[in-house]
Structures are given as structure tokens and as C-alpha cells.
Design a protein around this ligand. Structure first.
Ligand code: FAD
Length: 283
């Protein structure tokens, strides 16, 4: 099912019907039997989408195709990610053909992080990739949004202008970076709407499981951590997972009560904590 169709029925301010989706990543050791089990377990939550991250420069391309095929065998709707730095138009076109040949209908189009040695070839920004996919395929295209602004963007205004380029190039939905302060998300939605963008905006949720993982994520993105949350994590280092789970339950409940289109969980390939959260939210 295409993104447009999924989120069309999600929310009309009269009936709440938020769509749940899960992001997973190809395991580094190439052995995806554990990932397969985690996803099979999460299937009970009737996810609208399973999204699969994409390694810089296409490092995980072949494994990704194998994983996507196994998710399709489970009758799951999938959304592979695709990044465009460090690769060429030809390689991207080849991958797109393979994806369409599998019968996949959606893709999340990203620039990717500019790492050392990760040269820019044919595409400089995600809007160029979106335009290319829109021209070459019939895939429904998701793009990234940043409730606190992208880390390289000097102002939120510029970031929203750049988001608009992706929308004008053919995007159908916006999936956000993780955040912990819902007010920042609500303000972002308002700013995006004021800029004339009416696409579904799906909040990205990353439950905290350990402090190292939190530090890594927040070093890559602008993320405000509410004071009471960071204080609790600091004060009770042995209960980080429990505190992270409780925080995520409240965060998700508040988002649902505020009529979000869906919840997109960054699962880190761990179904247990996600399950603890979903079992405690009232839809
Ligand atoms: P862009 O939209 O190109 O934006 C990047 C920066 O350039 C922004 O500051 C923007 O304001 C600016 N900009 C954009 N267009 C222009 C323009 N035309 N002129 C000037 N400035 C411009 N990374 C991976 O490697 N693999 C993944 O699978 C992956 N999945 C992700 C999933 C989600 C939901 C999110 C939110 C991020 C994901 N990322 C992933 C990270 C992403 O690649 C980085 O955040 C990257 O730095 C920016 O990607 P983008 O698509 O937002 O880029």
C-alpha cells in the first residue's frame, strides 16, 4: 500500500486511527535471523510499514534486498530507505529497478550523512534524489523532517524551505528525526503547515535503552532532552531502560491524544521495549 493511501485514513480529527510503523536496520554481521524474529513478533501490532535503513554509499545494498524479500514473504508493507551521497545515478537507478521488481511501493529518500571520504557524486541534496525517483519510478516517496532543525541548517526557516523543495519534487509523507520534547514537534507541524506543506508528518520515536545510545544519537542531531528526563536518567543509571520506556509511553500517548498521523519507531532491532510501550498506550 502506498504512503498516500496509508495516511489518508489515519486521521481526520474525528476518528483517531494512527498508523504504527517500525524502522529496522540490516545487521552488521549479515545474519538477519534475529532481525526476522523481531519483525515477526512486531507483526502483531499490524504495522502499516516496516522501514529498512540504508548504509552509507550503498554498503548494505545486497543484504537489504534479501531482507526486504523476507519481509514481503511475511506479507508486510515495506519502505526501504535510500541515500544519495557517495554513489552515482546509475547505481541508484539500478537499485530502484530492483526494488520495483520486488513489488515494493514506497521508499524513504535521503541525502545521507556526509562522512569523511563519502564524496558527493551526482546528487547534492535529497530533493534531487526525490526528483529522480519521481521521474524514473512509480514509487511513493517519503522524506526526512527535523522538528528541531537539521544540524547543518543555520535557521529553521532555511530548513523548511529545503523541506519544501523535497515536497515540490514529489514527496508524499514526512518522517521526522527523533525528539523528546513534543512541544517542539507541535510547533514544527505548525511552521510546516504555515509554509503551505500539507503532507502527513509522522513523528519519529526512539525509546531510550541505554545512555551510550542516547549520546550517540544526540551527537548526530539537534535534540532537546527535557530536564526532568535527563535528571532521572542521571540519577538512576541502573534503571535507564525502565525510565526510557515510561517516558516513551507518555510521549506516545500525548502524541496520539494530539491526533498524529502515526508513530514511527526507531526500533534498533529490539522488539521487546517497543512491545512494552505499545501495550501501554490507549489508541
Ligand atoms: P537534505 O534534505 O538534503 O538536507 C540536508 C541539509 O541540507 C539540511 O540542512 C537542509 O536544510 C540542507 N539542504 C537541503 N536541500 C538543500 C538545497 N537544495 N540547498 C541548500 N541546502 C539544502 N541516514 C542514512 O545514512 N541511512 C538511513 O537509512 C537514514 N534514515 C533516516 C531516517 C529518518 C526518518 C531520518 C530523519 C534520517 C535518516 N538518516 C539516514 C539520516 C539522514 O541521512 C541525515 O539526517 C542527513 O544529514 C540529511 O538527510 P536529508 O535527507 O534530510 O537531507
Amino acid at each position: 500500500m502506498e504512503l498516500k493511501e496509508i495516511y489518508q485514513t489515519a486521521n481526520n480529527y474525528l476518528t483517531k486511527n494512527p498508523k504504527i510503523s517500525f524502522e529496522v536496520f540490516p545487521p552488521k554481521d549479515g545474519n538477519f535471523s534475529n532481525l526476522f524474529e523481531q519483525v515477526r513478533y512486531l507483526k502483531k501490532y499490524n504495522p502499516a510499514l516496516i522501514s529498512l535503513t540504508y548504509g552509507a554509499g550503498g554498503s548494505t545494498r545486497d543484504l537489504s534486498l534479501e531482507i526486504l524479500r523476507s519481509f514481503l514473504d511475511l506479507e508486510l508493507n515495506v519502505m526501504p530507505h535510500l541515500t544519495c551521497v557517495g554513489t552515482t545515478k546509475e547505481l541508484i537507478e539500478h537499485y530502484l529497478i530492483q526494488i520495483e521488481n520486488l513489488g515494493i511501493e514506497n521508499i524513504l529518500a535521503l541525502r545521507g550523512d556526509i562522512l569523511e571520504g563519502n564524496k558527493i557524486f551526482d546528487f547534492r541534496h535529497a530533493n534531487e534524489l526525490v526528483e529522480f525517483i519521481y521521474q524514473k519510478t512509480t514509487l511513493s516517496i517519503g522524506v526526512a523532517g527535523y522538528p528541531e532543525g537539521h544540524i547543518e541548517s543555520p535557521t529553521m526557516e532555511q530548513d523548511i524551505e529545503n523541506l519544501k523543495r523535497k515536497v515540490d519534487a514529489g514527496a508524499s509523507a514526512i518522517f521526522t528525526q527523533l525528539f523528546f520534547n513534543n512541544d517542539k514537534f507541535y510547533k514544527y507541524v505548525e511552521t510546516v503547515r504555515n509554509a503551505g506543506i500539507n503532507l502527513p508528518i509522522i513523528p519519529g520515536i526512539m525509546p531510550v535503552r541505554n545512555v551510550k545510545q542516547l549520546e550517540k544519537m544526540t551527537s548526530l542531531a539537534r535534540v532537546d532532552i527535557p530536564k526532568n528526563f535527563s535528571e532521572s536518567l542521571e540519577k538512576f543509571p541502573n534503571d535507564v531502560k525502565k525510565i526510557g520506556t515510561e517516558f516513551a509511553i507518555h510521549q506516545c500517548q500525548d502524541l496520539i491524544d494530539n491526533n498524529v498521523y502515526g508513530l514511527h519507531f526507531f526500533t534498533l532491532n529490539n522488539a521487546e521495549q517497543i512491545s512494552d510501550i505499545l501495550d501501554n498506550i490507549l489508541f
